[in-house]
Write a protein that binds this ligand. Structure first.
Ligand code: PAF
Length: 289
């Protein structure tokens, strides 16, 4: 595995791979890798010939009172995991390399970035879509891989690539979970032993809502309310939101039909956790994905 710290270096390595006829895969991450990231790497290895993984804790996607400074980091451990997973290039830029000047240009998806997580983190998705568009322009991948756990993020990036004709396919990889259902996340490290069992309530609320849909209920308001109650009643957990939204507009739906996302977010101690389930409703059928 090669390690590139500059944009020029990673571009050179990608150019060489392309000249050798290889297709390019990109896995953007903020490091502190877990099995969810390794599933992205595996999917990229299967779907493309030459895989670049980026590790960059992107300051512009953190709000003023968020955890940028304390975001967990362990590059030495990440390097070993990536080497073992067959990554070809680790792109490890500094903040100065990515942002040599204050940005005059940003990428923002009107509306779509202000709902769900965007409502409580108003500048977050501008930071995400801007840095992801930079990473796509830097590495020009055929395919880029994102986890389904960050469901709104993946939908926004898909839409950005469509709107701006960026020639990369965005691949979403299913959420990897702990044995009790908790979605793997770098932020799970913030959970204390006491808090940890309560964190599964996000997954439980989603599964119970899915069960309600399978029983034939099609009211978005009542399903969202059922999830809110479930999460709000859990000790040590503070609800941020629970919504049932259209996967096209990310707006809450009343009459449920077609591609939908059940999306939840809650604080458990210091950790802000998110999770979602994506379903397609066709008549009485509830289809995964
Ligand atoms: O999902 C993440 O880790 C980040 O939001 C991403 C896509 C790497 C952009 O910084």
């Amino acid at each position: 595995m090669r390690i590139a710290q500059s944009i020029a270096q990673v571009r050179q390595l990608v150019r060489e791979a392309r000249s050798a006829g290889k297709s390019i895969g990109l896995v953007p991450t903020m490091g502190y890798l877990h099995d969810g990231h390794l599933a992205l790497l595996k999917a990229a290895k299967t779907g493309t010939d030459f895989v670049v993984v980026s590790i960059f804790v992107n300051p512009t996607q953190f709000g003023p009172n968020e955890d940028f400074e304390n975001y967990p980091r362990d590059v030495a451990r990440d390097e070993t995991l990536l080497q073992d997973g067959g990554c070809d290039v680790l792109f490890l830029p500094s903040v100065e390399e990515m942002y040599p000047k204050p940005l005059a240009t940003t990428v923002e998806l009107a509306g779509l970035g202000q709902t769900l997580c965007g409502a409580s983190r108003p500048t977050h998705f501008r930071g995400v879509t801007t840095v992801v568009s930079k990473l796509l322009h830097i590495t020009m991948p055929d395919k880029a891989y994102f986890g389904q756990k960050d469901g709104q993020q993946a939908l926004l990036i898909q839409r950005m690539v469509f709107d701006l004709n960026i020639p990369s396919e965005i691949v979403t990889v299913p959420t990897v979970r702990e044995a009790d259902g908790l979605a793997k996340s770098s932020r799970n490290v913030y959970l204390t032993d006491e808090e940890r069992p309560h964190a599964t309530v996000l997954y439980k609320a989603l599964q119970e809502a899915k069960q309600t849909l399978m029983e034939g209920v099609r009211s978005g308001t009542s399903i969202a309310e059922e999830m809110r109650q479930r999460i709000a009643n859990e000790p040590m957990v503070v609800l941020d939101y629970a919504e049932v939204v259209s996967r096209d507009t990310l707006e809450p739906l009343e009459k449920l039909e077609g591609p939908i996302m059940l999306a939840v977010a809650a604080f458990v101690g210091k950790a802000r956790l998110i999770d979602n389930v994506q379903l397609t409703l066709v008549g009485d059928d509830v289809i995964e994905g």
